[in-house]
Design a protein around this ligand. Structure first.
Ligand code: GLC
Length: 481
């Protein structure tokens, strides 16, 4: 089985969020199951220099963007046994940030065609091309429109994974001809038209043989108007080819028994976890007190993450006698709020408005609770990492949070965290209160921590689900589209 994974980012080369983590770890898991898997991403200037210098330059080809021909270098790098191909064009990808530029349509139209063009150049014909999120939505559109008659591309099947339906890649319809070489016919309801623009996300959904998203619950939610981002009708129509496959986490990177950033511990050794806690309290200027519940938030600071609930009732949360550590960057409104909160609650709140991997590991290891009250959450990785470090997640029951966290049941002793249903600040407060109350009953709390640390959030079963899906597509004699 030959699989090509295509995405706009991959850890450890370039990462802006969970997508990067997934593209860094899923291929490794597939490789572990004996799949010939390769990955293509753009060669950004943000890729650490030592990786950029290590690449093997394979070939230069030229790639059409509308009527123009653009240079495309193909470079290769091996990471954990997987071949990553980097698409090189300094004009498109040597910028001061990964995303948010004036010519996003052009950058990813170029990238999508480059992916298809580089396959014969490297002599790799995949059975399945597996694309991720809007940046790569046009790969299956172009394959269907312009390549499938060519013998080399015949029978290649496509899978498209939605990591976040909210970001869709919407552009004016002129790009059809100018950037993609597609006729005006593609500006139609059953093709790429989305209101009065073109949607890359819709292209991926309509033209791929199968669509997946990163949890079962999110795959159901996006068929409803509340979560559907105006694509719920289309997704519902496609539901026979829609699958929810939960992400896994990199269990080597996030392992309290081997983590080099912390004092190592395991599920039977919670005392050492407390050493991490007091060390972090000291490092961050919090009151050193092992008995005070330490709540962590590690997140992109955007509305999706449910931060507005915290803004509403921060004082009430702090009145419960807890400490709060925040790590992340994002919208100004939230960054400013947490900076101010640190000043008002000296020694009790630590706001770290930054991206810092080492500090993230320390916070997972030191915290008692991990707060993630998301408005919506396709999968969520933070809560899975928190489980592994015995920091008990407090979540809202949506998307992947619902699928990975079961609220503790005092009667059965089962559960790995705490959850609430409605997007409501006082429901959240009530749930935090419950966690704080249980925290004081050391023995019971430790039992929940053990439950959490024993959860399996690896890629093992999900990689198997992807392989089954690839297999089914390869067996299918015809494309459903
Ligand atoms: C996006 C989603 C997040 C998911 C991640 C990886 O960032 O918002 O829920 O975990 O993609 O799939």
């Amino acid at each position: 089985m030959k699989i090509l994974i295509v995405a706009s980012e991959a850890y450890p080369f370039a990462k802006s969020g969970g997508l990067g983590d997934v593209i860094g770890s899923l291929p490794v898991a597939l490789k572990g199951k004996d799949i010939d898997v390769r990955v293509v991403i753009p060669k950004y200037s943000a890729i650490p220099e030592h990786y950029r210098n290590e690449t093997e330059k394979l070939k230069n080809i030229s790639v059409k963007v509308g009527w123009r021909n653009q240079y495309c270098g193909i470079e290769k790098l091996e990471y954990k046994g997987v071949n990553f191909y980097l698409v090189d064009n300094e004009y498109y990808f040597y910028r001061d940030s990964l995303y948010g530029h004036f010519d996003e349509a052009e950058r990813y139209a170029f990238f999508s065609r480059a992916v298809l063009e580089l396959l014969p150049a490297i002599g790799f014909k995949p059975n399945v091309i597996h694309c991720h999120d809007w940046h790569t939505g046009m790969v299956s559109v172009l394959l269907d429109a312009q390549y499938k008659e060519n013998k080399f591309y015949r029978n290649i099947k496509t899978v498209y994974t939605i990591h976040n339906l909210k970001y869709q890649g919407l552009f004016s319809k002129e790009i059809l001809g100018n950037l993609l070489g597609l006729s005006e016919n593609y500006y139609a309801e059953d093709k790429l038209k989305f209101y009065d623009v073109i949607s890359f996300m819709k292209g991926g959904i309509v033209y791929s043989n199968a669509v997946t998203t990163v949890s079962k619950t999110y795959s159901e939610e996006i068929q409803t108007p509340y979560f559907g981002e105006h694509l719920d009708g289309l997704i519902k129509e496609k539901r026979k080819d829609l699958y929810g496959i939960l992400n896994g986490i990199d269990e080597d990177k996030y392992n309290p028994r081997t983590d080099g950033y912390i004092v190592k511990y395991n599920a039977r050794d919670i005392k050492t976890k407390l050493r991490n806690k007091t060390m972090l309290q000291e490092e961050l200027g919090l009151q050193v007190n092992r008995d005070m519940p330490l709540i962590a938030i590690i997140s992109r600071l955007v509305p999706q993450k449910g931060l507005d609930l915290i803004l509403c009732i921060l004082d009430e949360i702090m009145n419960l006698g807890v400490q709060l550590v925040v790590l992340g960057t994002g919208e100004r409104k939230y960054e400013d709020f947490f900076r101010e909160a640190e000043k008002s609650y000296k020694g009790k709140i630590s706001s770290n408005i930054m991206f810092n991997d080492e500090l993230a590991h320390k916070i997972y290891a030191s915290s008692d609770m991990f707060l993630m009250p998301s408005l919506f959450e396709p999968c969520g990785l933070g809560q899975m990492i928190a489980l592994r470090y015995g920091s008990l997640p407090i979540v809202r029951e949506t998307g992947g949070l619902k699928d990975t966290i079961s609220s503790y049941n005092e009667f059965t002793g089962k559960g790995n965290g705490f959850s609430f249903i409605d997007y409501n600040a006082h429901d959240m407060l009530f749930t935090i209160k419950r966690a704080v109350r249980l925290y004081k009953t050391k023995k019971e709390w430790n039992r929940i921590v053990q439950n959490a640390m024993r959860c399996d959030n690896s890629w093992r079963s999900s990689a198997g689900e992807y392989i089954n899906l690839y297999d089914n597509l390869m067996q299918a004699k015809w494309c459903r589209r």
